[in-house]
Design a protein around this ligand. Structure first.
Ligand code: NAD
Length: 256
């Protein structure tokens, strides 16, 4: 379905981003990966799906590096047809103790990077009259949780940006939507499980059950594969008129 298209997925060396990159690759899209840590493993996983894959190591907190990445993607594959703004980090602390440097980093990486990548990707999409911008927000783009001020602020911002991007392009073939996962067992969440286990002197399994039990009625993690399938739907012809939604896949978290 996506043969001949190019997808740039930020923060795709791990977790949800890699899951979405693989789901888009399985539909034939060439992939530009981004993120830190091991690159060869994720590159090989995507290449195994029979598409072309490139990597750019832009730090998503740096607008000049984001610009360089968009130019690189266009030089590699012609243009970016699908942009998935996914890179994100977390820090957990009460507001009065929240390190200012962590606040700035989360706002830059989780929110402002989506603005920069979007503004740079849009002109080519508008010219082609086809484009898909998918913002990986969070259930925390819809509801709050204590000790996550920067994250909740950034994710609500991303949901707002999604609506404005969708509206500004509503009469074109360019759509923009957000995905709002509940808990997904990635390194980002494993750190929170580990912290809970250490603080409570409990096992990893007990900490995991507590984490799910506090917020997620299904008591199940959402998987990167399920989120990838939603991204594929947004890119499909059936998604042509889905514009500006913030679609949660959260086991009922926001329904409470
Ligand atoms: P993860 O830690 O597995 O992956 C994060 C990715 O972002 C990695 O590839 C990492 O290298 C990259 N990254 C981090 N800082 C970066 C930077 N400055 N520049 C470029 N890349 C950077 O986490 P994940 O759980 O897969 O999270 C992906 C997205 O999904 C995030 O936006 C996160 O907020 C969101 N999300 C996660 C969950 C969850 O439960 N895991 C729930 C809702 C939303």
């Amino acid at each position: 379905m996506l043969k001949g298209k190019t997808a740039l997925v930020t923060g795709s060396t791990s977790g949800i981003g890699l899951g979405i990159a693989k789901a888009l690759a399985a539909q034939g899209a060439n992939i530009v990966l981004n993120g830190f840590g091991d690159v060869d493993g994720p590159k090989a996983e995507v290449a195994a799906l029979g598409v072309k894959v490139a990597y750019h190591g832009a730090d998503m907190s740096k607008p000049a590096e984001i610009e360089d990445m968009l130019k690189f993607a266009a030089a590699q594959f012609g243009q970016v047809d699908i942009l998935v703004n996914n890179a994100g980090i977390q820090h957990v602390a009460r507001i009065e103790n929240f390190p200012v440097e962590r606040w700035d980093a989360i706002i830059a990486i989780n929110m402002s990077s989506a603005f920069h990548a979007t503004r740079l990707a849009l002109p080519a999409m508008q010219k082609a009259n086809w484009g898909r911008i998918i913002n990986v927000a969070s259930v925390h783009g819809l509801v709050g949780s204590a000790e996550k001020s920067a994250y909740v602020t950034a994710k609500h911002g991303v949901v707002g940006l999604t609506k404005v991007t969708a509206l500004e392009n509503a009469t074109t073939g360019v759509t923009c939507n957000a995905i709002c996962p509940g808990w997904v067992l990635t390194p980002l969440v494993q750190k929170q499980v580990d912290a809970k286990a250490a603080a409570g002197g409990i096992s990893n399994l007990e900490a995991t059950q507590q984490l799910l039990g506090e917020k997620e009625p299904s008591l199940q993690f959402t998987t990167p594969e399920e989120l990838g399938a939603l991204a594929v739907f947004f890119c499909s012809p059936a998604g042509n008129n889905v514009r500006g939604v913030a679609w949660n896949m959260d086991g009922g978290w926001a329904a409470q």
